[in-house]
Design a protein around this ligand. Sequence first.
Ligand SMILES: C[S@@+](CC[C@H](N)C(=O)[O-])C[C@H]1O[C@@H](n2cnc3c(N)ncnc32)[C@H](O)[C@@H]1O
Length: 253
Amino acid sequence: MGTRPPAAALAATRRSPSALPCTAAKAPTPHSAADGAPGHSHGDGHDAGQATCTERFHDVNRWQRIFDDPARAEWQKPNELIAALAIRPGMRVADVGAGTGFFLRYLSDAVGPTGRVVAVEVETNLVSHMKNRAKDEGLSNVAVVLTPLDRLSLPDRSVDVLLLVDAYHHIDRRIEYFRAAAGALAPNGRIAIVDWKPGDQPRGPRDEDHKIAPEVVEREMTAAGYRLVAAPDILPYQFVLVFAPLDGTIPAR
Ligand SMILES: C[S@@+](CC[C@H](N)C(=O)[O-])C[C@H]1O[C@@H](n2cnc3c(N)ncnc32)[C@H](O)[C@@H]1O
C-alpha cells in the first residue's frame, strides 16, 4: 500500500491559486456589536459565512500570478458580468478593491472614451502597479486612487456603478462603510457585489470562514440603506448581487 499524502497537502493541490489562506497582517479591526456585521479579523471569534477576511495584498508579484492567471477569464467571465451589470459607454465605474487591475481593461473598453473607470485600492504597491498597468495598456480613461481601509474616498455623486469583486468580505464594519459609500453614487447609481459562493468549489477559498453568504450580504446592505435590485446567476463560483439606495435616495455624507 502506498503512503497517503497528508490531508492538508491533498487539499492544497486541489486549491485554486486564489484559495490561499488568509494570512493576517493588518491589525484586526474589531466589529462593534451595533453594526450587525459580526465578521472576523483573524484571531477573533466569528461565524462562518460572515467573514471579514483581513489580509494584506502588498506582494504584487504574488497576487499578479493569482489574480491575472490567464485561465481566470474563462470562469470569471468579465464581459458577461459587465453586460449583466448594464455597464455601458459613458458610464463612470469604480472598481473597489481592484487588486492588480484584472477588470480594468474590460471596464475601460465597456465605458469607452466618454466614460471613466476608477480603480480604488488600499495597498500602495497595487496602486503603483495599476497606474503603470493602465499606462502600459493605454487605458486613458482609467484613474487609480488610494483609499483608506474604513472609508471610500470618492467624490460625492461621482460614479454610476461601484463594483466589488471578491473585495466585500475584506471590508470591516460594512454597514457603516456602505451607508457612507452611498454618497459616491450618482442618481440611479448601483453597487454590484461579486463574491465567492458558499460551499466546496474548485475555485475560491476552501475555508468557509473566508466566505460570506449572499443572504448576509443582502442583510447588511439592507441595514446600510439599500435594496436588492438584481441577482444575475451568471458565474459558476461567485454570486452577483446588485443594490440600489432605498427609494432611490442618496443619503448625505
Ligand atoms: C481578493 S482581492 C480582489 C482583487 C480584484 N477585485 C480581483 O478580483 O482581482 C481583494 C482586494 O481588496 C482590497 N481591499 C481590502 N480591503 C479594502 C478596503 N477597505 N477598501 C478597498 N479595497 C480593499 C485588497 O487590497 C485586495 O486587493
